[in-house]
Design a protein around this ligand. Structure first.
Ligand SMILES: Cc1cc2nc3c(=O)[nH]c(=O)nc-3n(C[C@H](O)[C@H](O)[C@H](O)COP(=O)(O)OP(=O)(O)OC[C@H]3O[C@@H](n4cnc5c(N)ncnc54)[C@H](O)[C@@H]3O)c2cc1C
Length: 392
């Protein structure tokens, strides 16, 4: 088998996997129909998920029976990158607050400094009104400030000798690729290129607003905070009446405000089918749930003396999280197709950044037949050797 490897896709999964393999000594080429530079017109490409993440390293809206293992490996890698001051990697104190009692998700046990909000100063907990009973928790989490981290990751790939070719692949092209090994990180493009065994092809559409020139939000101890806040279902809910959350992630380039998690499918033209919007605002011809402004505004005002108005300079964004199915949506497995060994790496839902290093290390481990801990140490050493100034 040759050491040349083709990676399909230049989203976070493709770039991270290609970086890992390139640094381990393989000659990689990324083939992609859209490029990260398409970010300038991202609303034209909602299916290219990596143009949209906030991006917190929390396993939200993703389904895998290997979630814990992949998440923990990814999280550990991100914490190491944080130690090396990799561009854009910071830590947040993240709140998940509810106006009703709810079960803690498993991932709470995987987050450093986890505690319930009743052990935290009341005036620092995101809230809409005073004297409102609230439930939930907070923990430390990695935040990959997308406007800094993704460009730095791409620069790292190119600096380590990786190449990128622009081409829209079709099924018939697979057998002609000049490599025996192909990594499939084509996201929502995957079921058009390969036979996908999943019964469902679910998409979770997400609306975001970017407000530029907004300050970082901090605790009294000067830790940067972010939040997910879920009001009662009669305040904000999906088409089935389930309570929905809003959120705010402060970044260097402003606030990312969300959100929505609307589940539907794409039609044959790759367009969104399940339109079920109740009350919406429209900015630049994009309709989005008005609760993203009204609820975030109440929280920002009440807790941080900040505000956001529809008249502010805010950019609306709509992207697709490809969750595939809610049983075991992440497809991380090997198969033989058209004479090639194909490693699938797609279906990360709302956690593609979160799982990026875990999945990349898993594929590197399969290909290099080396212990994952050794691979991690080797990669971190090589990343630390690269000139910081040239990386950003
Ligand atoms: C609103 C929103 C908020 C999010 N927030 C977070 C967050 O906070 N944290 C987090 O971890 N995740 C978050 N996500 C999820 C995350 O963005 C995705 O899981 C991740 O970007 C998926 O990356 P990917 O590389 O697998 O796929 P994609 O980014 O979709 O990339 C697919 C690539 O494949 C290429 N491709 C497809 N078909 C072909 C073809 N036929 N030929 C050639 N190339 C092809 C495309 O051009 C593209 O380059 C969010 C997503 C959305 C929409």
């Amino acid at each position: 088998m040759s050491d040349k490897i083709v990676v399909i896709g230049s989203g976070v999964s493709g770039i991270t996997t290609a970086v890992a393999l390139q640094l381990l000594g393989y000659e990689t080429e990324i083939i992609t129909d859209k490029k990260p530079s398409d970010i300038a017109e991202k609303n034209a490409h909602p299916e290219f998920a990596s143009l949209f993440p906030s991006a917190s390293v929390i396993p939200h809206s993703v389904y895998s029976d290997r979630l814990e293992e992949l998440f923990k490996r990814s999280q550990s890698f991100f914490y190491e990158l944080h130690k090396y001051v990799f561009p854009g990697i910071t830590t947040h104190k993240h709140f998940e607050v509810f106006e009703f009692k709810t079960k803690q998700p498993h991932y709470c046990n995987w987050m450093p400094n986890f505690r319930t909000i009743d052990n935290f100063p009341e005036n620092e907990i995101p809230r809409r009104f005073n004297e409102q009973p609230l439930y939930g928790w907070l923990f430390d989490c990695i935040f990959a400030d997308w406007s800094l981290y993704f460009p730095a990751l791409i620069a790292l790939y190119l600096q380590s000798g990786g190449t990128v070719r622009t081409q829209k692949l079709e099924k018939k092209d697979l057998g002609t690729l000049k490599s025996d090994v192909v990594i499939n990180c084509s996201g929502t493009g995957a079921p058009y290129l390969f036979d996908d065994p999943s019964d469902n092809q679910l998409i979770m559409r997400g609306h975001l607003l970017h407000k530029a020139k907004a300050p970082l939000l901090t605790t009294n101890a000067d830790e940067i905070i972010s939040y997910n806040y879920t009001p009662q279902p009669d305040v904000y809910s999906d088409a089935d009446g389930n309570a929905c959350d809003v959120y705010c992630y402060p970044r260097k380039d402003g606030w990312i405000l969300g959100g929505s998690r609307q589940v539907g499918q794409l039609n044959k033209q790759n367009d969104w089918e399940n339109i079920n919007e109740i009350s919406t605002y429209t900015i630049e011809d994009i309709r989005f749930p008005q609760e993203i402004i009204t609820l975030n505004n109440e929280i920002l005002n009440q807790t941080y003396s900040q505000s956001i108005e529809i008249s502010d300079d805010i950019n609306p964004l709509v992207g697709y999280r490809y969750i595939r199915n809610r049983k075991n949506g992440l497809r991380l497995e090997k198969e033989n197709v058209s004479g090639k060994t194909v490693y699938h790496n797609y279906g990360h839902g709302g956690a593609g950044v979160t799982l990026s290093w875990g999945c990349a290390l898993e594929i590197a481990h399969e290909i290099a037949a080396q212990d994952p801990n050794e691979i991690q140490a080797d990669l971190l050493y090589k990343i630390s050797e690269i000139d910081m100034d040239k990386r950003s």
